[in-house]
Design a protein around this ligand. Structure first.
Ligand code: G3P
Length: 218
């Protein structure tokens, strides 16, 4: 499963990217708003650091304007992916942009039928929101499983499942088990993924024993 970081914070992105485990980045208007900086500046910085796909979201609500915004966003860098909302207008824009050769990420997906339509519109990625479905007492993980099943039924659907609204390590584990192609993970959750109490305890013991030897590896 590919790992994207769900953030617009270049500092956090650079720090995590030192692991060379970052396959891409997703942003959204709320994440951009947190930075208090011009959207184009933010995206340029991110695209300089990350060579994989970087999703940048349109903010228009009508297809015609979404397409105009897509043209502006695409000029920032060739690895920009145009993020579109899963609305009637967003689907219209997705079909149009697909035919023009743009890569797209259709976001705010909460049902299998939404995912199916986005895939038929040629979306490169579909972003089902796991955590927000859990928030309303439904199962985000079940949605990922169902979309996987439907997409696997129709080999002509090439859309990648990009699990979003991932809130914890358990979500990451479960979307991987469900066959999600990608999980986009907030920085805080990324740092939960490698931690384990037994790793820390084990390392402490190894180092204590090693120090008793008075040796140095040099
Ligand atoms: O990728 C979408 C994500 O940013 C939404 O996450 O936690 O606000 O539901 P959340």
């Amino acid at each position: 499963m590919k790992i994207y970081i769900d953030s617009s914070d270049i500092k956090e992105i650079k720090e995590i990217n030192k692991t060379q485990l970052v396959d891409g980045i997703t942003t959204n208007p709320s994440l951009i708003a947190k930075q208090n900086k011009d959207i184009k500046v933010i995206l340029k910085e991110i695209c300089k650091e990350i060579k994989g796909p970087v999703s940048a979201e349109v903010t228009a609500t009508q297809a015609k304007q979404m397409i105009e915004e897509a043209k502006v966003l695409q000029k920032i860098s060739k690895n920009i992916v145009i993020k579109l909302p899963l609305t009637f207008e967003g689907l219209k824009a997705c079909s149009h942009l697909t035919k023009k050769g743009y890569k797209t990420n259709v976001t705010l997906c909460f049902s299998v039928t939404q995912a199916l339509l986005a895939a038929k519109a040629g979306a490169t990625y579909i972003s089902p929101f796991v955590g927000r479905l859990d928030d309303i007492g439904e199962s985000g993980i079940e949605l990922i499983k169902d979309i996987r099943k439907v997409f696997d039924n129709y080999k002509d659907l090439k859309t990648k499942i990009l699990s979003a609204s991932v809130r914890n390590a358990e979500h990451v584990k479960e979307v991987a088990k469900a066959g999600s192609d990608i999980a986009t993970i907030p920085p805080k959750v990324f740092h939960e993924l490698y931690k384990h109490d037994l790793t820390d305890k084990g390392l402490k013991i190894f180092l204590e024993d090693w120090n008793k030897t008075n040796q140095k590896i040099s």
